[in-house]
Design a protein around this ligand. Sequence first.
Ligand code: FE
Length: 252
Amino acid sequence: MGGKVLFDSGEHKVFLFEELTPASAVQANQFLIVHGEEAILLDPGGHKVQSKLFADISVLVPPKNIKYIFLSHQDPDIVASINYWLMTTEANAIISKLWTRFLPHFGLDSKLEGRVMSVDDGGTRIELGKGCELLIIPAHFMHSPGNFQVYDPCSKILFSGDLGASLGQDYSVVEDFDAHLRFMEGFHRRYMASGRVMKLWAKMVRGLDIEVIAPQHGAVFKGKEMVGRFIDWVESLECGVDLLSEKDYTLP
Ligand code: FE
Protein backbone atom coordinates (compact mmCIF):
# COMPACT_ATOMS: atom_id res chain seq x y z
CA MET A 1 0.00 0.00 0.00
CA GLY A 2 2.09 2.92 1.24
CA GLY A 3 1.55 6.57 0.54
CA LYS A 4 -0.26 7.88 -2.51
CA VAL A 5 1.47 10.77 -4.28
CA LEU A 6 -0.67 13.93 -4.30
CA PHE A 7 2.09 16.19 -5.57
CA ASP A 8 5.69 15.71 -6.74
CA SER A 9 7.99 18.36 -8.17
CA GLY A 10 11.15 16.51 -7.19
CA GLU A 11 12.13 18.83 -4.38
CA HIS A 12 8.60 19.07 -2.98
CA LYS A 13 6.36 16.07 -2.42
CA VAL A 14 3.01 15.43 -0.76
CA PHE A 15 1.81 11.95 0.23
CA LEU A 16 -1.62 10.77 1.35
CA PHE A 17 -2.15 7.69 3.53
CA GLU A 18 -5.82 6.74 3.40
CA GLU A 19 -6.02 3.03 4.15
CA LEU A 20 -4.50 2.64 7.60
CA THR A 21 -7.57 3.03 9.81
CA PRO A 22 -9.17 -0.18 11.14
CA ALA A 23 -12.69 -0.89 9.85
CA SER A 24 -14.51 -0.11 13.12
CA ALA A 25 -12.90 3.34 13.41
CA VAL A 26 -13.86 6.40 11.38
CA GLN A 27 -11.71 6.51 8.23
CA ALA A 28 -8.94 9.08 8.58
CA ASN A 29 -6.38 10.45 6.13
CA GLN A 30 -2.83 11.24 7.13
CA PHE A 31 -0.57 13.49 5.06
CA LEU A 32 3.18 13.91 4.75
CA ILE A 33 4.73 16.99 3.12
CA VAL A 34 8.40 16.70 2.20
CA HIS A 35 10.52 19.64 1.08
CA GLY A 36 14.19 18.88 0.48
CA GLU A 37 15.51 17.22 3.61
CA GLU A 38 12.61 18.09 5.90
CA ALA A 39 9.10 16.75 6.37
CA ILE A 40 5.92 17.55 8.27
CA LEU A 41 3.34 14.96 9.22
CA LEU A 42 -0.26 16.20 9.40
CA ASP A 43 -2.84 14.76 11.80
CA PRO A 44 -1.06 11.44 12.45
CA GLY A 45 -4.05 9.67 14.01
CA GLY A 46 -4.35 7.17 16.82
CA HIS A 47 -2.65 4.07 18.20
CA LYS A 48 -4.10 1.69 15.62
CA VAL A 49 -2.45 3.66 12.83
CA GLN A 50 0.90 4.74 14.28
CA SER A 51 3.21 1.77 13.56
CA LYS A 52 1.80 1.13 10.06
CA LEU A 53 2.16 4.82 9.26
CA PHE A 54 5.71 4.86 10.62
CA ALA A 55 6.61 1.88 8.40
CA ASP A 56 5.03 3.48 5.32
CA ILE A 57 6.79 6.80 5.96
CA SER A 58 10.15 5.07 6.51
CA VAL A 59 10.06 3.89 2.90
CA LEU A 60 9.70 7.50 1.72
CA VAL A 61 11.91 9.54 4.07
CA PRO A 62 14.09 8.82 7.09
CA PRO A 63 11.76 9.45 10.08
CA LYS A 64 14.42 11.70 11.63
CA ASN A 65 13.68 14.13 8.76
CA ILE A 66 10.21 14.74 10.19
CA LYS A 67 10.60 18.18 11.69
CA TYR A 68 7.00 18.88 12.64
CA ILE A 69 3.88 16.98 13.63
CA PHE A 70 0.88 19.21 12.91
CA LEU A 71 -2.27 18.65 14.96
CA SER A 72 -5.27 20.49 13.52
CA HIS A 73 -7.20 20.08 16.77
CA GLN A 74 -7.52 17.88 19.84
CA ASP A 75 -9.58 14.88 18.66
CA PRO A 76 -8.29 11.32 19.26
CA ASP A 77 -8.15 10.44 15.54
CA ILE A 78 -5.55 13.21 15.29
CA VAL A 79 -3.67 13.38 18.56
CA ALA A 80 -3.85 9.98 20.30
CA SER A 81 -0.49 8.82 18.91
CA ILE A 82 1.41 12.01 19.82
CA ASN A 83 3.61 10.37 22.46
CA TYR A 84 4.66 7.70 19.94
CA TRP A 85 5.60 10.28 17.30
CA LEU A 86 7.60 12.48 19.64
CA MET A 87 9.41 9.35 20.95
CA THR A 88 10.25 7.96 17.50
CA THR A 89 11.20 11.23 15.74
CA GLU A 90 12.94 14.50 16.62
CA ALA A 91 9.89 16.52 15.57
CA ASN A 92 8.10 19.31 17.36
CA ALA A 93 4.33 19.11 17.65
CA ILE A 94 2.22 22.10 16.57
CA ILE A 95 -1.24 22.64 18.08
CA SER A 96 -3.58 25.44 19.17
CA LYS A 97 -2.70 26.97 22.53
CA LEU A 98 -6.17 25.91 23.66
CA TRP A 99 -5.13 22.25 23.62
CA THR A 100 -1.50 22.03 24.74
CA ARG A 101 -2.39 21.19 28.31
CA PHE A 102 -4.74 18.42 27.19
CA LEU A 103 -1.94 16.46 25.46
CA PRO A 104 -0.65 14.84 28.68
CA HIS A 105 -4.09 13.20 28.97
CA PHE A 106 -3.29 11.34 25.75
CA GLY A 107 -0.20 9.92 27.46
CA LEU A 108 2.34 12.54 26.40
CA ASP A 109 5.41 12.03 28.57
CA SER A 110 6.32 15.07 30.68
CA LYS A 111 9.86 15.00 29.23
CA LEU A 112 8.39 15.59 25.74
CA GLU A 113 6.14 18.51 26.65
CA GLY A 114 8.89 21.01 25.76
CA ARG A 115 8.60 19.91 22.11
CA VAL A 116 5.01 21.11 21.79
CA MET A 117 4.65 24.48 20.03
CA SER A 118 1.40 26.19 20.93
CA VAL A 119 -0.11 28.38 18.23
CA ASP A 120 -1.96 31.61 18.99
CA ASP A 121 -5.42 32.13 17.47
CA GLY A 122 -4.10 34.15 14.52
CA GLY A 123 -2.05 31.22 13.18
CA THR A 124 1.55 31.32 12.03
CA ARG A 125 4.02 30.45 9.25
CA ILE A 126 6.62 27.70 9.40
CA GLU A 127 9.57 27.08 7.14
CA LEU A 128 9.99 23.57 5.76
CA GLY A 129 13.29 22.56 4.22
CA LYS A 130 14.79 25.58 2.55
CA GLY A 131 12.36 27.74 0.66
CA CYS A 132 8.89 26.42 1.45
CA GLU A 133 6.89 28.42 3.94
CA LEU A 134 3.68 26.76 5.12
CA LEU A 135 0.74 28.79 6.42
CA ILE A 136 -1.00 27.62 9.57
CA ILE A 137 -4.37 29.32 9.11
CA PRO A 138 -7.29 29.79 11.51
CA ALA A 139 -10.26 27.45 11.22
CA HIS A 140 -11.66 27.93 14.70
CA PHE A 141 -15.04 26.31 15.42
CA MET A 142 -14.66 24.15 12.29
CA HIS A 143 -15.28 22.14 14.33
CA SER A 144 -13.00 22.61 17.32
CA PRO A 145 -12.79 25.97 19.16
CA GLY A 146 -9.02 25.94 18.62
CA ASN A 147 -8.61 24.62 15.08
CA PHE A 148 -6.03 25.22 12.34
CA GLN A 149 -5.55 24.19 8.72
CA VAL A 150 -2.33 24.04 6.68
CA TYR A 151 -1.92 25.77 3.34
CA ASP A 152 1.09 24.60 1.34
CA PRO A 153 1.93 27.22 -1.32
CA CYS A 154 4.48 24.88 -2.97
CA SER A 155 1.83 22.29 -3.93
CA LYS A 156 -1.16 24.69 -3.66
CA ILE A 157 -2.91 22.15 -1.43
CA LEU A 158 -5.09 23.28 1.46
CA PHE A 159 -5.23 20.62 4.18
CA SER A 160 -8.64 21.39 5.62
CA GLY A 161 -8.89 19.02 8.60
CA ASP A 162 -12.49 18.13 9.39
CA LEU A 163 -13.83 20.74 6.98
CA GLY A 164 -14.74 18.92 3.78
CA ALA A 165 -14.77 15.55 5.51
CA SER A 166 -16.86 12.87 3.82
CA LEU A 167 -17.86 9.47 5.10
CA GLY A 168 -19.15 6.34 3.35
CA GLN A 169 -18.25 7.00 -0.31
CA ASP A 170 -16.16 4.43 -2.21
CA TYR A 171 -13.91 6.86 -4.10
CA SER A 172 -10.99 9.02 -3.01
CA VAL A 173 -11.30 11.93 -5.46
CA VAL A 174 -14.57 13.84 -5.86
CA GLU A 175 -15.75 13.69 -9.49
CA ASP A 176 -19.37 14.82 -9.11
CA PHE A 177 -19.79 17.55 -6.50
CA ASP A 178 -23.60 17.36 -6.31
CA ALA A 179 -23.57 13.58 -5.87
CA HIS A 180 -20.88 13.97 -3.21
CA LEU A 181 -22.96 16.28 -1.01
CA ARG A 182 -24.86 13.45 0.64
CA PHE A 183 -21.58 12.13 2.08
CA MET A 184 -20.71 15.51 3.64
CA GLU A 185 -23.93 17.26 4.59
CA GLY A 186 -24.90 15.43 7.78
CA PHE A 187 -21.46 15.75 9.29
CA HIS A 188 -21.08 19.44 8.49
CA ARG A 189 -24.55 20.41 9.70
CA ARG A 190 -23.94 18.75 13.04
CA TYR A 191 -20.22 19.37 13.69
CA MET A 192 -19.49 22.81 12.20
CA ALA A 193 -20.35 25.52 14.70
CA SER A 194 -22.25 28.07 12.60
CA GLY A 195 -22.80 29.61 9.21
CA ARG A 196 -21.02 32.73 10.45
CA VAL A 197 -17.65 30.98 10.77
CA MET A 198 -18.21 29.20 7.45
CA LYS A 199 -18.60 32.60 5.73
CA LEU A 200 -15.54 34.05 7.47
CA TRP A 201 -13.46 31.04 6.38
CA ALA A 202 -14.69 31.25 2.77
CA LYS A 203 -13.72 34.92 2.60
CA MET A 204 -10.25 34.18 4.01
CA VAL A 205 -9.39 31.26 1.71
CA ARG A 206 -10.51 33.09 -1.44
CA GLY A 207 -7.23 34.95 -0.96
CA LEU A 208 -5.26 31.72 -1.51
CA ASP A 209 -4.28 30.04 -4.78
CA ILE A 210 -5.71 26.54 -4.16
CA GLU A 211 -5.52 23.57 -6.55
CA VAL A 212 -6.54 20.84 -4.09
CA ILE A 213 -8.52 20.73 -0.85
CA ALA A 214 -7.55 17.67 1.17
CA PRO A 215 -9.69 16.89 4.24
CA GLN A 216 -8.75 14.60 7.12
CA HIS A 217 -11.58 12.17 6.28
CA GLY A 218 -12.73 10.90 2.89
CA ALA A 219 -12.25 12.20 -0.63
CA VAL A 220 -10.15 15.13 -1.89
CA PHE A 221 -11.31 18.00 -4.13
CA LYS A 222 -9.05 18.50 -7.13
CA GLY A 223 -8.89 21.36 -9.58
CA LYS A 224 -9.93 25.03 -9.39
CA GLU A 225 -13.54 24.34 -10.38
CA MET A 226 -14.11 21.70 -7.70
CA VAL A 227 -12.31 23.83 -5.11
CA GLY A 228 -14.53 26.79 -6.06
CA ARG A 229 -17.69 24.72 -5.75
CA PHE A 230 -16.61 23.54 -2.32
CA ILE A 231 -15.89 27.05 -1.04
CA ASP A 232 -19.25 28.29 -2.39
CA TRP A 233 -21.01 25.42 -0.64
CA VAL A 234 -19.26 26.13 2.67
CA GLU A 235 -20.13 29.82 2.40
CA SER A 236 -23.85 29.16 2.09
CA LEU A 237 -24.28 26.22 4.47
CA GLU A 238 -26.54 26.55 7.47
CA CYS A 239 -25.08 24.48 10.26
CA GLY A 240 -24.44 24.06 13.95
CA VAL A 241 -26.14 26.60 16.18
CA ASP A 242 -28.02 28.09 13.18
CA LEU A 243 -30.18 24.99 13.12
CA LEU A 244 -30.96 24.70 16.81
CA SER A 245 -34.20 25.68 18.46
CA GLU A 246 -36.03 25.18 21.74
CA LYS A 247 -37.06 21.70 20.71
CA ASP A 248 -33.42 20.60 20.75
CA TYR A 249 -33.09 21.64 24.39
CA THR A 250 -35.84 19.83 26.19
CA LEU A 251 -35.23 17.59 29.15
CA PRO A 252 -35.15 13.90 28.20
FE1 FE B 1 -12.38 16.34 14.87
